[in-house]
Design a protein around this ligand. Structure first.
Ligand SMILES: Cc1cc2nc3c(=O)[nH]c(=O)nc-3n(C[C@H](O)[C@H](O)[C@H](O)COP(=O)(O)OP(=O)(O)OC[C@H]3O[C@@H](n4cnc5c(N)ncnc54)[C@H](O)[C@@H]3O)c2cc1C
Length: 489
């Protein structure tokens, strides 16, 4: 982002003057309760959860209507002042953090939180983009419907942030990620115009599907202000099993068998290594290992249905018998009540929490085609062990969507400098991901963390197309200017 100085005036001074007049104009648009500028008030908006990035801003603006967002964007684009859209600030790649120079506006939709309408007959809900994800789930539930996106940050992340990062989670296998869950969007463009694609249609073949441009764009192409989302029949029966398996190949074979035998009722299929279960049991006090033993791999699988006639239990039983007979699984525990089900899920959640008790870790949120998982994990683990023999690979994830959380726990005797290995391991792991035609970011997005890696692992043509889209929608580079798109070298 560059400001054009007038002759004889220092660039920074001009930018500050320009910013101050923009701030005054914005304040008059949103009124006294629509902005924050005191240091203590704006502090939470300036850094991300893990404290990896810290920025600065001239103003945090919190509009209440799409019209106010539109006016703010018009003012900022005319004055060439960058705007950083921010939702719940739960993203983990620095995408919502403002640049350090402070010559920008943070635009947060936290006061745009209306459920605009629920249409149970059409199985749709239309919401303001500032709605918290959990609020949308509850609004659907009140109408006996399911909004299936579910993730660890659901109590604080916003629908606008979920859309902008194309969030996934535990149930993508059955319901898809935000791209699949979205029918319509309302977006304020960089120049302030409102793009109204807020339709509740499942079939609409009228040229380019414009809404998809903004999903996963991490606030670089427009500010999402409203969305029409898909709802589903609410599951009334659920059955859960925790199984042990001899090999990673058997994990994939069990996934295939489960999909064939249960139709679309397979809702979750999470895999974990013995090392992951061990660190969960070792570090988190309320964990009970559902299948103590020495198997190499474990799967937590869940079927759900909107019909409660006992067919799920029979289906699961038959599936597990077949899998046992085929030698795919070693043992299985089936939850017979909600507390047993919760205890099984607790192991999966605790695995994530437990990592911090094992010291530092370097984390990769990647995906490869499902059938490549049994080759990818051993190959990436071996390559990392060749670089640092005492590193402890820990791979787990949402197997059904090929999403592998490939993490590296620090050596037991780490001297506090493990993080310095990050660039080396980035290259090692991403090169292998690329070999399998996988993705260097399956869930969390690019933001700042993976911006330069994107420049390495996307083809020149893909980058050209991305830059052309950015230039067409945001020619002045007003929106989240330093994020996602790699700087040209
Ligand atoms: C504990 C935890 C668990 C998580 N689990 C998962 C998971 O299972 N699956 C998964 O996919 N992700 C997961 N995430 C990361 C996930 O991306 C975010 O939690 C969520 O989707 C981001 O929403 P947010 O409102 O916090 O967005 P923010 O972090 O505020 O912003 C994210 C990006 O979106 C942009 N943005 C925000 N709002 C708008 C808007 N209205 N218009 C345009 N751009 C906007 C920002 O500029 C930024 O680039 C997890 C995060 C945490 C902390």
């Amino acid at each position: 982002m560059s400001y054009v100085p007038e002759a004889g005036i220092e660039q920074a001074t001009l930018a500050e003057q320009s910013l101050q007049s923009v701030i005054n104009e914005i304040k008059s648009v949103v009124g006294p309760s629509g902005w924050l500028s005191a240091d203590a008030d704006i502090a939470p908006y300036l850094c991300e959860q893990r404290g990896l990035y810290r920025g600065s801003t001239g103003l945090v603006v919190r509009p209440t209507t799409t019209q106010q967002v539109s006016k703010v964007m018009t003012i900022c684009s005319r004055a060439n002042v960058p705007v950083i859209p921010q939702g719940g600030n739960t993203g983990l790649c620095g995408g919502a953090v403002p640049p350090a120079d402070g010559l920008n506006i943070v635009l947060c939709l936290s006061r745009m939180r209306s459920i605009r309408s629920v249409d149970p007959g059409n199985f749709t809900i239309t919401v303001d983009a500032g709605c918290i994800l959990a609020e949308v789930q509850q609004a659907a539930d009140q109408h006996d419907r399911l909004f299936p996106l579910s993730l660890g940050a659901e109590g604080s992340c916003q629908i606008g942030g979920n859309l902008s990062t194309n969030a996934g989670g535990m149930q993508v296998l059955r319901y898809g990620n935000m791209r699949e869950l979205t029918l319509g969007l309302e977006v304020v463009l960089a120049d302030g115009r409102v793009l109204d694609c807020l339709r509740a249609l499942r079939k609409d073949n009228t040229g380019y599907d414009l809404k998809q441009l903004f999903i996963g764009a991490e606030g670089t192409l427009g500010v999402i202000t409203g969305a029409t989302l898909r709802l589903f029949p609410k599951p009334v029966s659920v059955t859960t099993a925790y199984v042990s398996l001899p090999t990673l190949q058997s994990v994939i074979s069990l996934l295939s068998l489960s999909r064939m035998k249960t139709g679309d009722q397979l809702t979750a299929f999470e895999f974990m290594p013995r090392f992951g279960v061990d660190i969960a049991v070792r570090n988190i006090h309320d964990i009970r290992d559902p299948l103590p033993g020495e198997a190499d791999w474990y799967v937590l699988m869940e079927l759900s249905s909107s019909v409660n006639d006992g067919h799920l239990d029979i289906m699961l039983e038959t599936l597990l018998e077949d899998a046992l007979e085929a030698g795919l699984i070693i043992d299985a525990a089936v939850a017979s009540n909600d507390s047993q089900r919760a205890a099984m899920w607790r192991v999966r959640e605790a695995l994530v929490e437990a990592q911090k008790f094992e010291g530092a870790s370097i984390k990769f949120d990647v995906s490869v085609p499902v059938m490549s998982i049994p080759e990818f994990i051993p190959e990436a683990s071996q390559a990392c062990l060749e670089v640092l023999p005492s590193v402890r690979p820990l791979a787990f994830g949402h197997c059904g969507d090929g999403n592998v959380h490939f993490n590296l726990a620090a050596p037991v005797d780490d001297d506090g400098r493990f993080g310095n290995w990050t660039p080396v391991f980035n290259t090692v792991v991403f090169d292998i991901v690329e070999k399998y035609r996988g993705s260097i970011s399956a869930e969390h997005g690019i933001g700042l963390t993976k911006r330069e890696a994107l420049g390495v692992y996307k083809s020149d043509i893909e980058l050209d197309v991305m830059r052309a889209i950015k230039a067409a929608l945001d020619p002045l580079n007003t929106l989240n200017p330093d994020k996602v798109i790699p700087i040209r070298l």
